[in-house]
Design a protein around this ligand. Sequence first.
Ligand code: HEM
Length: 966
Amino acid sequence: MNTSTKALGAAALVQVLVLLLSACATQGGEQGALADAGDCIDMVAGGLRPLAKERDQRFNGKVGADVATCRGSDKAAEFRKTPYVDWANYWATGDSATLYPGTTGVGRHLSANGRGIDGALLDLEYQRMELIKFNLFDNNGTFVDYVLGRDGVAGPALKTWDAMRLPKSAPEYNAVGGDGPQLCSGELIRFRNLDGVCNDIRNPRLGSAGTPFARNVEFESTYPDLGNNELARNRHGDRLALLKPDPQLISRKLFTREQSDPAKCNEGEGLPGNSTAGQCDYKKAPFFNVLAAFWIQFMTHDWFSHLEEGHNNDGAMMPVGCSTGADGKPLGAAQIKALGCRPGDRIDRGYVAEAGAPPTFTANGQPQLARAYKTHTNTVTGWWDASQIYGYDAVSRSRVKRDPADPAKLLLQPGAHAGAGEAQGELPLFGANDKFNPQWAGQSAVAFPDNWTIGISFYHTVFAREHNAFVDAFRAQTRATPEADSGLRNPVRPDDVIRYKDVSANELFEIGRLVVAAEIAKIHTIEWTPQLLYDEPLYLGMNANWNGLLAGHEIAKAALEKIVVQNFGKSENAKKATQWYSALASGPGIFGLGSHVYSDDAVFALYDPKKTDIWSLKNPDHVNGGINHFGSPFNFPEEFVSVYRLHALVPDLIEFREWDRDPNVIRAKVPVIETFRGKATKAMLDAGAANWALSMGRQRLGLLTLQNTPQFMQNIALPRLQTATGKIDIAALDVIRDREHGVPRFNEFRRQYGLRQLTSFDDFIDQRLPAGSPPRKEQERVIATLREVYGQHRCDASKIITDAQRNVDGTRIDDCLGHANGSLVDNIEDVDTVVGWLAEFTRPHGFAISETQFQVFILNASRRLYSDRFFTSSFRPEFYTALGVRWVSDNGPLGKVMERGTANGHTVEVAPLKRILLRTMPELAPELDHVVNTFDPWGRDRGAYYTLGWKPRPGAEADPAFAPAP
Ligand code: HEM
C-alpha cells in the first residue's frame, strides 16, 4: 500500500466526500440562515452512516429525523413515513418554492439550501456505492468468483475472467493469444471493433455482440412465475403466469390514453389530410420535448436488442392475452368489445439462450445460483459505441454506406429542400443488393433499421452529417498542415509519428466513429439526462459523471484521479476497488479517468510547466488502466431494458411546423404511425430534417404515467407476423416480454434495488397533494383501477416473502406487509414492473421518470462509462487524434463556446447537441438561439430556478401550443 492509500482511512474518505461537496459551490442567492441548528448538530454528531454490510440493511434513501430536518425542515422529516427517497424533500432540490425563504439561489454550503443540495448528492452517492456492492450479477459464469474470490483476491476486485476470453470460433482468437494468456494488441486495440471485442484488452469478449444480458437482482428472484424459489412462491402464490394477469386487460385498463373526442383522434390516425383539427389527448411533460423521446429510442438501438434482424423466435408463435378478466374467468364477447382488445393477436416468442437448471455453489453455508434460471442474448454490442450507426456485425456493417468520393465519410445525398443543412444531405435508401428484412423496404440504409421512426431517422441524419463535418474539418487541417503530427499512433509501430497526410480514409472513418460515439455519450450524460431529471442535484450529479464535481479545482481533481486510478483501481481489496473508487471518482469525473499518467506527484504536476505525462501506448496498463468493472463484467441487465420500455413518451400526432415560414404556426398534425418504417424515410425526405427538428423540438412529449400510451401503439400492424389480426398491442407486449425475461415484479424489484417497498396500492398516491384536490382524486381513480386489475388476497403472516429487505423494526417481511394476519391485502407483489413504475405518482421534482427507474440508471449509467476504455484511459490522441480529443472536449471545432447569461444559476457551455444542430442544420440558428438545452421544449420560457411552468418565451407567444386547453 503506498502513502496516499494509507492516508485515506475511513475517516479520510468522509473528509474527501465533504471536499467534493464543498467544491461544487453554486452561484447566486442569499444564504439561508443556519436554521434547525439543533438537528444539524445532532446530524454531525451522528457522523455519516456506514455502508450496509448486508443486503437487507440498506439505506433505501431514508435518513434519520434530525438529518431530514437539517437538510429540509419538518416537511422533509414528515415525508420520511412514505416509501420514497428523502432527498427529494430537502431544501433547493425542487423549483424556487423549495429554496429557503428569502433566498433566490442555492448559495453557500452550510446554508439551508447548500445543506439540501449537498445532502442530496451524498444520498445519491451512497445509493451508487450500495448498488455497486449489492446489485451486480453477471450471467457469463463469473458469479462464483465474484462471491468467493479467486487466488486470495476478493471477487469485486477481480479484473480478468476466463469467461471473457475469446472462444476458438472467434476470428480474433489467434491474434489475442489463442490458448495462452489473451491480450489484445496491435490493430485490434486501435478503434471500436465491429463486434465489440477488445475494448477491455485483457478481457477480449467483454461487452461484445452476442453475450448474455446481465442481472441487477439476485438470480433467485428472477422468473418468479416459475415458482422455483420458496420466497417467490410465498410472494405470489399461484397468481402468476406468462398471461396472468392478462396483459391485454392490463393494457386496455391501465395503459389506454383517454380521449375527450375519440373521433378526432381516430385511434391515433388523426384526421384526413393531416388536418390541424385532429386531436389526440395525452398527458404532457412541460419540460421535455419529443426530440427527447426519440433520442432515447435512438440510444436503446445502440445499447441492446433481444431481437435478431427485427424478429424474435419465428418458429414459436404465442397468444398474447385478451382471454381472461380481472376475476380470472374467460372474457365474453361483450367484455372483449368493451375492452377493445383482440384475442386473435399472436407474436413470436422471445429467444432464450440457456434454460437448463442453473449451476449452484455454496457461499456462507448457503446454496446459491451461479446464474439466472434462464439467460437471453444481447444481439448488439453492450458498448456505447454508436453501433446503431456503424454496425455490430458483418451484416449490419454491410448496410452502412460510405461515400465513394471520400470513403472516410458516410454517404449522404443532397436533400430536396432549402437550407444549408439540407445541402449536407440526407441518408440514401436501401438498395436491391442490401441485406434487409422486407418490412424495412423503403427505409434509409443504416446498421440498425428496426422500429424506424421519424425521430430515429432524424438522429441518424444528424449524426451522419456530424461524422462528415468532422471528416471535413480533419481534411481541412490536413490541407493546412499536412506534415504536422495528427496525434494518432499505430500500436504496431507506436514510435512512428502519423502525420495528417498519412491518415488513411479507413482510419479516419473509424476515428469519426470514436468521436461521434463520445459526443453521443456526452450529450446523453450532460444534456439529455439533466433535462430528464430537471433539478439541481441531478444537474450537479450528471456533470460530475462527465467533468467531475471538482471541475475548476484542478489540483484536487488531479490528486483524486491519481488516488482513484493508481491505488483503488489496482487494489485487491474489495472495498477500495469498488465503493471508494466510485465515491472518489465523482471528483475528477469518470470520463477520461486514467488518460494521463504523471511521473511526478500528480497534485502538483498539473501546474508544473515541466510536467511529463508518461502515458504510453506501449504499456497495456496505461491503455487499459482507467476502466473498472467492479468485479462483474459489464453488460446491460434485463432490468435495465425493462425500465427503458418508454413507449408512453410518444405522442400520437406530431405538430408539424416549418422553419422558413412562421415557426409558431402548426401547419399539420401528422400521425406518428404515418411516419413509421419506410414512411419515416419518405416523411424525412419530403419535409427535410430541419422542419422535423423544429416540430419535435417545440412539442412536449408524453408523461411516463398510467393511461398514457399512444393509441396507435395498441393497434400497430406487424405484417411480418402473418397472423389473423396482423396487429399487436405493444403495451401488452412490454408486459409479456418482461415476464419472458424473468424481471421480478415491481415491489421485489424495488427491494432488490435498495428502495423501500410499498405496502398497498395507495402508497402510489402522492401524499404531498392535499386530500380532495383534483390531481389527488385523479390518482385515486387510477389506483382504484389498478386494484381492480391486480386484485387482493387474504394474507398469511407465516409466509416470508423476501430476503432483500426488512421491516423498519428489523423483523422479516411477510405476505401481510404489516397488515393484520388474515386480512385482505392488495396484490401489490404481483404488479408488473412497467406498470409499477408508471404508477409512481410520487417523484422528485422535474423527474420525467420514476425514482425506481432512476435507481436502475444510477448504477448502469455510471457503469457503461466506467467499463469503457475509450471513455477513460484510451480517450487519447493516439486513438482519437488531437483534433478528435478537442472536438469531443469542446463540443466541436473553434474551442469552447459559452451560453449568454446563466442557467439555473450556472454559467454553462453551449450544450453539445445544440452545437451539433447548429453545425448540421444551420438554418435553425434563429430558433436555436433561444435554446439552452435541446431537449427542453424550444418555445418554453425556462423562467427562474428549475421551473416546470408552461408559458411561452418571448417570440413564441403566438404558438397555439401555449393556448389554454379547451
Ligand atoms: C413510434 C415509436 C415506436 C414504435 C412503433 C416502437 C415499436 C416497438 C416494437 C415493435 C418493439 C418490439 C417488441 C418485441 O417484439 O419485443 C419495441 C421494443 C422496444 N422499444 Fe419501442 N417503439 C417505439 C418507440 C420507442 C421509444 C421512444 C422507446 C424509448 C426508449 C422504445 C423502447 C423500446 C424498448 C426498450 C424495446 C425492447 C427492445 C428489446 O427487447 O430489445 N421504443 N418497440
